[in-house]
Design a protein around this ligand. Structure first.
Ligand code: AMP
Length: 236
């Protein structure tokens, strides 16, 4: 389960300046690979529940080791299971209202898709619900960034789908900021290809975008196909 927390670690008995202790905590969050954003009265952190709370524990351990005899931490904790939502999504949502613009995730294709009655909003997105477990799937892998599960209608002996946990309508909407997600997708694809036994003979990894691409589910996903010769890339 993913969580967003607001963490404020206050060492007691160390004088009026706490910046070196805060810096130590920020380093811990970096090392844990957690996304975090410092602000004047604490730090917002997001990630998988156990990873976040392991890092919070580590902050206490290190700040004590640095000489603080007491620590008083305040923590706000938020989870949601209706859809995936990041800290940035929350900020973007408010900013777009301030600017009077539609939410930034709404690519021009979004309106087009909406007109076609397709599943677009992350609230209604079947793959968002698979990520949160609201809809069952034959899941093979999940971490804080990506989820992999078997395609319900396999087109080859091995047909898996790998999706980012966060909602993007399609691959074309992803950019530099999603480098960590894309890197993880590549890593998980390679691992699953080995696990599923298709690595030695080769496999195919494709993503469909939009109507001409034949995309049916508007949540970025990659098909991992293998287990037989797959023929030419495009049907003739
Ligand atoms: P695309 O045409 O690229 O959008 O691919 C969507 C894929 O999602 C298809 O191969 C479907 O068979 C698959 N799919 C749809 N619903 C589910 C589901 N509930 N569980 C697993 N795969 C699904």
């Amino acid at each position: 389960m993913n969580v967003i927390v607001d963490l404020c670690v206050v060492p007691i008995g160390v004088g009026v300046s706490v910046s070196e202790y805060v810096a130590a905590c920020e380093r811990i969050l970096d090392e844990a690979g957690l996304r975090h954003q410092m602000h004047a009265y604490g730090t917002n952190i997001e990630g998988e529940w156990d990873q976040v709370f392991t890092a919070v524990k580590r902050c206490h351990e290190v700040v004590h080791q640095m000489g603080a005899p007491r620590i008083s931490t305040s923590l706000k904790v938020g989870t949601r299971c209706d859809r995936a939502q990041t800290m940035q999504d929350k900020i973007d949502s408010v900013n777009s209202k301030l600017k009077g613009e539609p939410p930034p995730s709404r690519h021009p294709d979004y309106e087009q898709g909406a007109a076609q009655g397709k599943e677009l909003m992350s609230e209604d997105c079947i793959f968002c619900k698979i990520v949160t477990g609201e809809i069952p799937s034959d899941q093979l892998y999940q971490d804080e960034l990506v989820t992999a599960f078997r395609d319900i209608s396999p087109q080859a002996p091995v047909h898996l789908l790998i999706v980012p946990n966060r909602h993007f309508n399609d691959f074309g909407q992803m950019g530099d900021e999603q480098a960590a997600i894309m890197g993880r997708i590549a890593e998980v694809a390679g691992l699953l290809a080995v696990e599923e036994g298709v690595a030695p003979d080769g496999w195919r990894f494709v993503t469909n975008i939009g109507e001409n691409g034949g995309q049916e589910v508007l949540h970025t996903h990659f098909h991992l196909l293998g287990g037989r010769p797959l023929g030419p890339l495009l049907a003739r």
